[in-house]
Design a protein around this ligand. Structure first.
Ligand code: FES
Length: 280
């Protein structure tokens, strides 16, 4: 078998291996976007890299010039090659082939880079500010299943977990709605209209470390956090009266429509969550 035949065979093998690597990289991206089967993704990516590695090994062993190389010393001039020798060398070394193989490598790099860049979506949703709250004026108060809360369904001294309509999955959204007996509330300055008909609403995200404040002592009118027992005075702006919480629970101004629909009448009085989030 002549050397030229061996080179052609090696050339075909390398093309095939690089083609497999490219297809594997494209397959990885396809699986990632349309199936998200991590085992298949690993198989495609691993297979592509193995095909690339084998192709490079074959290239280096079969097509690259072999040594030993000698250079006359101390004469440092470039060896005087005739034009025919240079052309012959270039032909043998395969400039056209080299271009093709390097092009294949480039295509593989593009395919892999596309797959890697596309995995950035796995980094999750864009983070929002810790001070963010979805509560805005006019949003209905709903339960976790999206059902609107009606004033007629909330008896005095009861507590309901509520969310702004359309934001039941937002971690900064949960709030507690309490219906107080008439005349008990002591609104903070500027909040005299925030608790119509005894309905009062506070963020449910604890101002200590963010646990859900979901325990209500209806005799003392206090909300309690189950994590570290911080206790908040419902009648006085949910100021902390016990425990490690360093600030009150933000209050939501409310409005009651003629048909009993409960609405937010503005944003929360402050950012929800641990107070240390908001001291930077
Ligand atoms: S998280 Fe509520 S008291 Fe610690």
């Amino acid at each position: 078998m002549s050397t030229t035949t061996e080179e052609r065979r090696a050339d075909r093998m390398i093309r095939a291996l690089f083609a497999v690597a490219i297809l594997a990289a494209v397959g990885f991206s396809f699986i990632y976007w349309y199936d998200d089967d991590t085992q298949l993704e690993g198989a495609f990516l691993g297979g592509g890299l193995v095909a690339l590695a084998v192709g490079l090994i074959v290239w280096s062993h079969r097509l690259m010039p072999e040594g030993p190389f000698e250079e006359e010393y101390p004469d440092l001039r470039s060896p005087a090659r005739t034009e025919a020798e240079v052309l012959s060398s270039l032909e043998r070394g395969g400039v056209g082939r080299r271009k093709m193989l390097i092009g294949s490598l480039g295509a593989f790099g593009v395919a892999v880079a596309g797959g890697v860049v596309s995995t950035l979506r796995s980094m999750g949703p864009t983070p929002v500010s810790l001070a963010y709250s979805p509560w805005t004026r006019g949003l209905k108060l709903v339960t976790s299943d999206g059902t609107a809360v009606n004033a007629s369904e909330v008896p005095v001294d009861s507590i309901v977990s509520v969310f702004p309509a359309g934001f039941t999955n937002s971690p900064q959204a949960p709030a507690v709605l309490i219906r107080l007996p008439p005349g008990l509330n002591h609104p903070l300055p500027g909040r005299s209209t925030w608790a119509p008909q005894g309905f009062i609403c506070y963020s449910k995200v604890c101002s200590h470390a963010g646990c859900p404040v979901n325990l209500y002592n209806r005799t003392a009118y206090e909300l309690q956090c189950p994590c570290h027992q911080s206790t908040f005075d419902v009648l006085r702006g949910a100021r902390p009266v016990f425990g490690p919480a360093g600030g009150p629970l933000p209050q939501l101004p409310l409005r009651v429509e003629a048909d009993g629909t409960l609405l937010a009448d503005g944003p929360l009085s402050g950012p929800p969550g641990p107070v240390f989030w908001h001291h930077s």
